[in-house]
Design a protein around this ligand. Structure first.
Ligand code: NAG
Ligand code: NAG
Length: 254
């Protein structure tokens, strides 16, 4: 993905949305000012300034056209009147720089250059009917920006086949998640790793798969280690008891 794609997004912000309510009938006049751009240098900035009456678009300034356009009889006469006034028109054209680009720079510095690193987890998943008996899933959560690369290594070599990945999925709160699956036939002693490349890291991050032991093995270890702990406690108690006893005894020389 190109740098431009990575950095490109639309930012829409509102200059003023004001509402005039006439007490009896509640008429609403709304002005909605939007700035559209996708280029990091803001060179493709477009300013759209829309005037509504009761949700109906009446008149709209479009910086690409450099003038107002009317959308109703009243809106059209408004557009004609405003287009005839160079000071109004120059004000709107000037807002591409004064309002849009100025604010976009502020927003960009607050958002665009920020990166949040992904939380990465590798898990074993069961999948019936695959070509290989085992499936690993590498999941990256809560990262920003969207662009990311997740790949797999087997003993340090990149795996290209039997890998499937989701798209970067938007969580809806600026963060993204992605999941990549590796189908494989386990070989004893091999090392499998998931590699994550993201703007928040200054180098590719490698996460090794550490297969956890099966349940029965874990139980054996748990029982064995608690037995060991109990043994140590009993031995220590016995030693303390012996010391106490022996220090109370007076040795009589023969
Ligand atoms: C602004 O004008 C351009 C050029 O005519 C047009 O392509 C674009 O759709 C217009 N934008 C809006 C929001 O109407
Ligand atoms: C446009 O401006 C000129 C001179 O300022 C004026 O004579 C004319 O009536 C204006 N036309 C409209 C439609 O407002």
């Amino acid at each position: 993905m190109s740098l431009l794609k990575l950095f490109s997004f639309h930012l829409i912000f509102t200059l003023s949305v004001f509402t005039l309510a006439e007490s009896a009938n509640e008429y609403y006049t709304t002005r909605w000012s939007r700035c559209f751009y996708s280029s990091p240098d803001l060179s493709d900035m477009v300013y759209i300034d829309s005037y509504y009456f009761n949700k109906y678009l009446m008149t709209q300034f479009n910086s690409t056209l450099g003038k107002y356009v009317g959308f109703s009889e009243y809106g059209m006469s408004n557009a004609e009147f405003w287009n005839n006034d160079t000071s109004i028109l120059q004000g709107e054209i000037g807002d591409v720089d004064v309002f849009c680009k100025h604010n976009a720079q502020l927003w960009d510095s607050a958002v665009r250059n920020k990166a949040v690193n992904p939380k990465v987890k590798i898990s074993s998943v069961t999948r019936a009917g695959g070509r290989h008996p085992a499936v690993l899933m590498c999941s990256a959560y809560e990262f920003y920006p969207q662009h990311i690369k997740v790949s797999w290594l087997r003993d340090g070599k990149e795996v290209t086949s039997d890998v499937t990945s989701t798209m970067e999925m938007a969580d809806g709160d600026w963060y993204y998640q992605i999941h990549s699956e590796l189908e494989y036939t386990p070989k004893s002693g091999e090392k499998i790793s998931c590699v994550v490349e993201h703007a928040s890291f200054n180098k590719p991050m490698i996460y090794d798969w550490e297969p956890s032991l099966p349940e029965s093995e874990r139980n054996k270890i748990a029982i064995g280690s608690s037995g060991l702990v109990l043994g140590i406690i009993l031995a220590a108690a016995g030693l303390i008891y012996y010391k106490k006893k022996s220090s109370g005894r007076i040795l009589v020389p023969n």
